[in-house]
Design a protein around this ligand. Structure first.
Ligand code: 2DT
Ligand code: MG
Length: 218
């Protein structure tokens, strides 16, 4: 039993391109932790339920147009409006599993041509994930999965540009926060195979973490 009264919940982020299996794995992990008697909750980004989230949703469904900088800042604002609840839950011993976070924010906006440093700034000092799992899948496999192409950004050229930016994001995380916080995972295979792979790599971080919640890019 490694959970002590002084430990807090872990903040775990799943990242990756569209249709790589993130959402399936995030919900399976939350289900498993709950079955094991741990407190866990899922946090989806963008959170499309808030007022800001509804603007983001309209943009992603191409029902609204928006300047690239403006939508970038809205994605970040959507994280800031959830930040206090994430911190509160972590402090209460709840494991928070996020389906995307600031790393998607940078990778997608930089892929559209915004300067990398501009993309990074608005998320500075958000809660720092204890662990980010970056799922990778060859583009042919992702493009062949159902629903690929439904939303803005779901084109092969955009996904390929975003993949390059994710590699730069990974370098930045490792440079600023150390290599232990970023794990790249091959997302090929069945749902169960990937789930087992994730379980093996994630280790005991879901049992709780000691120390303060860090600040992103600080
Ligand atoms: P989902 O398909 O996972 O709902 O994501 N995105 C996401 C950004 O451009 N910036 C961000 O900050 C975030 C969190 C990635 C919807 C799309 O929104 C993109 C895919
Ligand atoms: Mg999508």
């Amino acid at each position: 039993q490694s959970t002590s009264s002084s430990s807090r919940g872990a903040f775990i982020v799943f990242e990756g391109l569209d249709r790589c299996g993130k959402s399936t794995q995030v919900s399976r992990l939350v289900d498993r932790l709950e079955r094991e008697g741990r407190k866990a909750r899922l946090q989806k980004f963008p959170d499309r339920t808030t007022a800001i989230g509804k603007m983001i949703d309209a943009y992603l469904q191409s029902k609204a147009e928006m300047d690239d900088h403006a939508i970038h800042l809205l994605f970040s604002a959507n994280r800031w409006e959830c930040a206090a609840a994430i911190k509160r839950d972590l402090e209460q011993g709840i494991t928070v599993i996020a389906d995307r976070y600031a790393f998607s924010g940078i990778a997608f906006s930089a892929a559209k041509g915004l300067p990398f440093d501009f993309c990074l700034q608005p998320d500075k000092s958000l809660p720092l994930p204890d662990l980010t799992l970056y799922l990778t899948l060859p583009q042919e496999e992702a493009s062949g999965r159902s629903q690929f192409g439904e939303e803005r950004y779901e084109t092969v050229s955009m996904q390929q540009a975003t993949r390059k930016q994710f590699a730069l994001v990974a370098q930045e995380v490792i440079k600023i926060h150390g290599e232990d916080r970023w794990i790249e995972i091959d997302a090929r295979g069945t749902i169960e195979e990937l789930e087992d792979r994730i379980k093996g790599l994630i280790g005991n971080v879901t049992e709780g973490v000691n120390g303060d919640i860090g600040r992103l890019w600080v």
